[in-house]
Write a protein that binds this ligand. Structure first.
Ligand code: SF4
Length: 368
């Protein structure tokens, strides 16, 4: 029952999870708007209740960006999430149809939503647009909307529920599982994690992390294993998805897929899919506290680009202009070899290890 992906299952995994584990699903964040206010909401402050759109880490502006991201990870599908994608139904349908049209019918799309916003009409629209799998996040503490699951059962798609494992809410969770277990195709149970955001109240309510290095909530994994044991002789498909699966398998696989497609000839790709490269920073744009926000909101971008282009032409070795992060990139060998020349031009040479994602998040910087 333990999978080789650090999770636990009974019977089979939903198709959406199978692709997700391969890192082959674009995380399509439709909107941060949501009709609910869950105290354990994992959204970041940048996304919570904000109408923003992301394809993986990319704050996308149009459908071209979304298709590009799908190509960059060699996607076999997408998971539509939020917030609640149904808060922006038109947008959800538009992206769904475009992805199906571009990548074909087999491009697997699953969607997370609460039960709050569904009705016969919008479910029909989602089904007609080609949605393959729908996952509901029912309110653990209020049963009023639970019977709405019957509306979704009328359509031919894979139907499931997905809930967090809140350690001291075992009785609520058991009641919910009992209610839904013969009404859906699968039940997904998620290990609960504490998010570093204003609206995540887990710490204030007394939930503690498993240990100093972890954001997973103490007792959550035990509750997951309890249900796996309890339901093991039933016909229902159950997946207890751990935080380790998300980080060490799903994200890592997606990074490797993207690294393969975006790496420059001079990049070294680690076995985790991170890129190690040489970087040349302007002193005023050197990474420090608040760097990502600074780079994103820079006003005189043209000025910096011109400055970098001029420097690029002066250097005796090959560099690549990174227009997004306003820096020059090169190989580790060249950055080491020419570091004195770089410093003499009042520039900052460094070796960086970073994610191959849209935001190129640095995990390590060594100034040399
Ligand atoms: S339904 Fe999801 S996105 Fe909305 S508040 Fe709850 S956890 Fe957050």
């Amino acid at each position: 029952m333990k999978t080789k992906y650090f999770s636990y299952k009974i019977n089979s995994l939903p198709k959406g999870c199978q692709y997700c584990i391969q890192g082959a699903k674009v995380v399509m964040f439709i909107t941060g708007l949501c009709p609910r206010n869950c105290f354990y909401c994992p959204l970041s402050d940048q996304k919570y209740k904000k109408d923003v759109i992301y394809a993986d880490e990319w704050p996308v502006k149009n459908i071209k960006d979304i298709i590009q991201e799908a190509k960059l990870i060699d996607a076999k599908g997408a998971g539509f999430t939020g917030g609640d994608p149904l808060k922006k139904l038109w947008r959800t349908l538009f992206i769904l149809k475009k992805l199906k049209k571009t990548f074909g019918k087999k491009f697997h799309i699953h969607l997370y939503t609460s039960l709050n916003l569904i009705n016969k009409t919008n479910l029909k629209k989602l089904h007609q647009a080609g949605l393959d799998e729908i996952r509901f996040h029912p309110d653990l503490f209020n049963k009023t909307l639970w019977p709405k699951i019957k509306l979704a059962r009328k359509f031919k798609w894979d139907l499931g529920i997905e809930i967090p494992l809140i350690p001291d809410k075992k009785s609520h969770t058991s009641i919910l599982i009992d209610y839904f277990k013969d009404k859906v195709d699968f039940i997904n149970l998620n290990e609960l994690e504490i998010a570093d955001s204003k609206h995540n109240h887990l710490t204030r309510l007394g939930y503690t992390p498993r240990n100093l290095y972890s954001s997973t909530v103490k007792g959550s994994a035990e509750l997951g294993k309890y249900y796996i044991k309890k339901l093991k002789n039933t016909k229902i498909n159950v997946h207890f998805c751990t935080a380790k699966l998300k980080d060490a398998v799903q994200l890592a696989n997606r990074l490797k897929r993207r690294a393969k497609n975006i790496k420059q000839p001079f990049d070294q790709v680690t076995k985790e899919g991170l890129l190690i490269r040489g970087a040349i920073y302007l002193p005023e744009l050197k990474p420090s506290f608040g760097y990502y926000n600074k780079i994103q909101n820079i006003k005189n971008k043209k000025h910096y680009l011109n400055k970098l282009k001029k420097i690029k032409s002066q250097l005796k070795f090959k560099t690549y202009l990174d227009e997004k992060k306003l820096r020059l990139l090169t190989s580790q060998i060249d950055i080491k070899h020419y570091r004195k020349q770089i410093r003499s031009l009042n520039l900052v040479p460094a070796i960086v290890e970073e994610y191959p994602t849209y935001d190129s998040l640095e995990v390590d910087i060594q100034y040399i």
